[in-house]
Design a protein around this ligand. Structure first.
Ligand code: OXD
Length: 312
């Protein structure tokens, strides 16, 4: 069996003797000599490269992506009988940490402090004495009402970190209930939840159902001081509506790690908005436990046992 491994990560794999692992360059089409591979591991490949692989790897039977979101592989055009497994769980800690960083940066206005520092200006308006209790503002996580839309493993790691700093966290997901000690409600409850939300954190995958899930109508339900943090996928948020709302003073700001088109175009109006924090799809990037995931899924695939995170 031939297994293609990406050159974007060092995977220390202990493989059975009859599995022949070949490293391929993710920035180039898979060489002709390797298009007979049965297994393809994907990490950081451009969508066009994966589409090319889907066309040319006619014997592939299983594709393992190490990304948190499998959208690039799902949209590449692999034959319907090709099994696709995702990287769910590999990014929980890194994405939770980055999301916490963005949320704290927003609360503490670190983006404005950095701008002031460039001009050697002591931004006294953000320092000094501050109210212990401040209604209708988002300046601290203490007492902040945080909603996490998309409550999987990343949210399960993030929510306790937010709660440790005093935030009240509610999740939103397809199946409501109690998870990791937090209340999770259905999206149908958002009209009730959003008007009393200080920070809305989006961790939704890109699917046809989540496209523009956060639209102008839902945004309008958030209080004017509220912040949006998006670390899921750009397609899930109407970025134009976000910009319009911030400019009109109807939304406090947004910290965005993901965009419809990445890299974000240099002429995008999002760059210059003072209360938009842009992070270059930096939340994940380090799949923790990737080698183990590939090894386990390979063993399961060969034995015909259930594999982890089968997304198709
Ligand atoms: C992602 C990732 O899917 O970085 O966004 O893994």
């Amino acid at each position: 069996m031939k297994l293609l491994l990406p050159d974007s990560i060092d995977l220390d794999l202990r493989l059975p003797d009859d599995v022949h692992a070949v490293r391929y360059a993710i920035a180039r089409p898979v060489p002709d000599a390797d298009v007979d591979a049965e297994v393809l591991v994907v990490w950081g490949n451009e969508a066009a490269q994966v589409r090319d692989a889907a066309r040319r790897l006619t014997r592939v039977r299983w594709v393992q992506t190490l990304a948190a979101g499998p959208d690039v592989v799902l949209q590449a055009g692999f034959a319907p009988d090709v099994v696709v497994t995702g990287g769910r769980g590999l990014h929980d800690h890194t994405v939770a940490e980055h999301t916490l960083a963005l949320t704290l940066a927003a609360a503490r206005r670190v983006h404005l402090l950095a701008r002031a520092q460039v001009g050697h200006r002591w931004a006294g308006e953000w320092g000094g004495l501050q109210p212990v209790h401040e209604a209708d503002s988002f300046r601290t996580l203490r007492g902040a009402r945080v909603v996490i839309w998309g409550f999987g493993g990343i949210a399960g790691t993030l929510a306790p970190l937010l709660a440790a700093l005093g935030a009240h966290v509610t999740g939103v997901a397809r199946s409501p209930g109690r998870r990791e000690g937090f209340d999770v409600v259905a999206a149908a409850d958002l009209p009730v939840l959003l008007p009393r939300t200080d920070v809305l954190i989006m961790i939704l995958p890109a699917t046809p159902e989540t496209s523009r899930a956060l639209d102008a109508d839902l945004l309008a339900l958030l209080p004017v001081h509220a912040w949006l943090v998006n670390v899921g996928r750009g397609s899930t948020v109407d970025a134009d509506a976000v910009l319009t709302a911030i400019r009109a003073g109807r939304l406090g700001g947004a910290a965005l790690d993901v965009f419809d088109t990445e890299p974000l175009a240099p002429d995008s109006a999002l760059w210059d908005e003072p209360n938009i924090i842009i992070s270059p799809h930096a939340a994940g990037g380090r799949p923790i436990g990737a080698a183990q995931r590939v090894t386990e899924n390979l063993a399961a695939f060969r034995a015909g046992r259930p594999m982890r995170d089968v997304v198709r």
